[in-house]
Design a protein around this ligand. Structure first.
Ligand code: PSU
Ligand code: MN
Length: 313
């Protein structure tokens, strides 16, 4: 059975001509940021990908149809949709949303699956899901997906509302390389860095592209995480961020928030508690990550076309 997918003409053409494409997720539009900041940010991310010379493909499920490269009008409609009218789609939600003709916003895991189906290698977002603080059994499906789907995710690490050391352990178990883009330490989403080292620092889009290419060459089925720190002038003081995160997490527990509602609840509460500063950091890092992913996508396409001079075959 053919999968019910629509690719926008732009994306179809770019992929057919081996031109750079960057996938973008839609959960941050419906569940991550409030209206109208969500539309503005989604469009600013698309613009940043274009400025870097790549085509942006924002991915969502619209009325059961996998849609790669949704239009600005469709982005606006998702952004304005009443809360809970759009399904937050991780791996397990995709078949349900497709079969029952629902609208779905794809998470990192959901977007990776669709990007891989479409043949898109780069994907930019803010922060991946991870292991929740104090809830070591609440492991985001994003981590498992990184272990089994060959898409490179450009992000500012895992959201610092998570347990970062445990998140790194899980990624190691699944064989996911963690690369620091012009950084030696893992970023902490709202803050430029943690004291946790990345596997490898990289200093250019070309280095990132070469690593993705090498993973292709050895038939690696896993993805990789390319971490980019938030712009320094937008970062949150680590103590302020930590205090807000701890309070928000405790409140979520007290309010009985569970499962996929935890992340949106905590993100929103942290923003209230920091007077919007966390939101400003979030938006700045999303736009920066989109640009970096566009640059890497371009370097990756160049590598694919050029025959390797050292190859003996
Ligand atoms: N990054 C953001 N805002 C978000 C998310 C990431 O800056 O809203 C979303 C992503 O879609 C990610 C999801 O995949 O949160 C993780 O949710 P969970 O912890 O329920 O797996
Ligand atoms: Mn979870």
């Amino acid at each position: 059975m053919r999968i019910p997918a629509t690719l926008s003409p732009d994306i179809q053409q770019a992929l057919a001509n081996n031109q750079p494409v960057v996938a973008l997720e839609s959960t941050l539009i419906t569940h991550g940021l409030p209206y109208p900041l969500n539309v503005e940010t989604a469009l600013a991310m698309e613009a940043a990908v274009r400025e870097a010379g790549a085509a942006p493909a924002t991915i969502a499920i619209l009325n059961g149809e996998i849609t790669v490269g949704i239009s600005p009008v469709q982005i606006e409609a998702l952004a304005k949709a009443p809360p809970n009218s759009v399904r937050k789609c991780s791996r397990r939600d995709l078949p349900v949303a497709i079969a029952l003709a629902q609208d779905g916003a794809t998470t990192v895991a959901g977007t990776m699956i669709i990007a891989a189906l479409a043949g898109i290698k780069l994907f930019a977002t803010g922060g991946i899901g991870g292991v929740h603080r104090g809830q070591p059994h609440d492991v985001s499906a994003d981590l498992i997906e990184l272990g089994r789907t060959p898409v490179a995710v450009v992000s500012s690490g895992a959201k610092s509302i998570l347990d970062l050391p445990l998140t790194l352990e899980v990624l190691e178990t699944y064989g996911v390389p963690i690369l620091g883009y012009r950084a030696d330490a893992l970023p902490a989403f709202y803050a430029v860095q943690t004291d946790l080292p990345v596997d490898q620092r990289i200093d250019s889009p070309e280095e990132a592209a070469a690593i993705i290419r090498a993973a292709d060459a050895i038939g690696a089925r896993h993805g990789m995480l390319i971490t980019v720190p938030v712009p320094a002038d937008k970062q949150l003081d680590a103590k302020t961020a930590d205090k807000a995160i701890e309070q928000a997490t405790a409140e979520a527990e007290a309010a009985g928030i569970t499962g996929k509602n935890i992340t949106p609840y905590v993100l929103n509460r942290v923003s209230e508690l920091t007077g919007g500063a966390s939101m400003a950091a979030n938006i700045a890092l999303l736009i920066k990550n989109a640009r970096v992913a566009g640059e890497i996508a371009q370097a990756y396409c160049k590598l694919q076309i050029k025959p390797r001079p050292t190859s003996k075959e």
